[in-house]
Write a protein that binds this ligand. Structure first.
Ligand code: C2E
Ligand code: CA
Length: 274
């Protein structure tokens, strides 16, 4: 990568960020944190979503909202996404080898998905780690799948043939529909955080969730509610028979060692720690 001189003006901050990001992968500055997902009916630990962080020597730990866009526009998301896939599968296999059988979910950017060799990358990450492919969940935005369905369909079929599961992120009942996704054999739909944030004050949200859950049962799609922050939200979703929940109410994202402690607590409390 080009080594640009250190810019001083604020407008060059973007360029500086890009230069730093270009070096971050080889310098080992990225790491993954994992946020638990919980079975809302039984309180059992259901899995984790892997989320990337950047430990920048200049900036400290940076959240992905501040750098994913840059990784995508520069194309660096492709090698970084490949790295994340390897780490998530290896960590999933470590947990699995210790007797924990839960899903590890990973976000996949559109550019990564559309880059030639993506399905092979997934196959290689699975075989290198010996992680059970059924426990690997790949999360895509609806736009990644629906904007170019002709290209998306064979790629998703390739992934499904490896045995991995597919999740659709940012699903908003009322705006999104399971019908539109039917041909893609989606396994999991993740209810959007902003939708969950408004659920307690909305007259329409509970019936929208109710309809979605009924549809999901006939289509064998699992529903995960993201961004649960309050006991009230959790109760409403539980009443509507939503399968799985994720959010600060249960746990923040943590590094793998802290998830280990979380898992030990689960064992101590015999599945009812919440
Ligand atoms: P996302 O896929 O929607 O991930 C969930 C985000 O919601 C995470 O933010 C998580 O920390 C946050 N969150 C979880 N529970 C709550 C809650 O109760 N309340 C609120 N307000 N937020 C909650 P994070 O880690 O900052 O990630 C932001 C986005 O960056 C992700 O959104 C995802 O789109 C992207 N991202 C993260 N890791 C990766 C990655 O490895 N690859 C790619 N391509 N994108 C990633
Ligand atoms: Ca996600």
């Amino acid at each position: 990568m080009a080594n640009t001189p250190t810019p001083s003006g604020a407008q060059d901050e973007g360029a500086e960020l890009s230069t730093d990001l270009a070096r971050a992968l080889e310098n080992g500055e990225f790491f993954l944190v994992y946020q638990p997902t919980i079975d809302l009916q039984t309180n059992a630990f259901a899995g984790v979503e892997a989320l990337i962080r950047w430990r920048s020597p200049q900036r400290g730990v940076v959240s992905p909202d501040l750098f994913i866009g840059d990784l995508e526009s520069s194309g660096i998301i492709v090698p970084v996404g490949r790295w994340a896939l390897g780490v998530a599968c290896s960590q999933g296999a470590v947990w699995h080898d210790r007797g924990y059988r839960f899903a590890v979910s990973l976000n996949i950017s559109r550019l990564q998905f559309e880059t030639e060799g993506f399905v092979d990358d997934v196959a290689k990450a699975i075989s290198a780690s010996r992680f059970d492919p059924f426990l690997l969940v790949l999360e895509f935005s609806q736009a990644t799948i629906l904007d170019d369905t002709k290209s998306a369909l064979p790629l998703l079929q390739g992934l499904k043939s490896l045995g991995v599961r597919i999740a659709v992120d940012d699903f908003e009942p009322g705006r999104s529909s399971l019908d539109a996704l039917q041909e893609f054999e989606i396994d999991i739909v993740k209810l959007d955080r902003t939708f969950i944030a408004g659920i307690s004050n909305s007259k329409t949200a509970p019936s929208l969730v109710h309809q979605l859950v009924q549809q999901s049962k006939t289509r064998k799609v699992q529903i995960i509610a993201s961004g649960i922050e309050s006991a009230q939200q959790r109760e409403e979703l539980q009443l509507e028979e939503v399968d799985i929940g994720q959010g600060y109410l249960f746990s923040m994202p943590h590094e793998a060692e802290e998830i280990d402690r979380f898992l030990e607590d689960f064992a101590i409390f015999s599945g009812k720690p919440l």
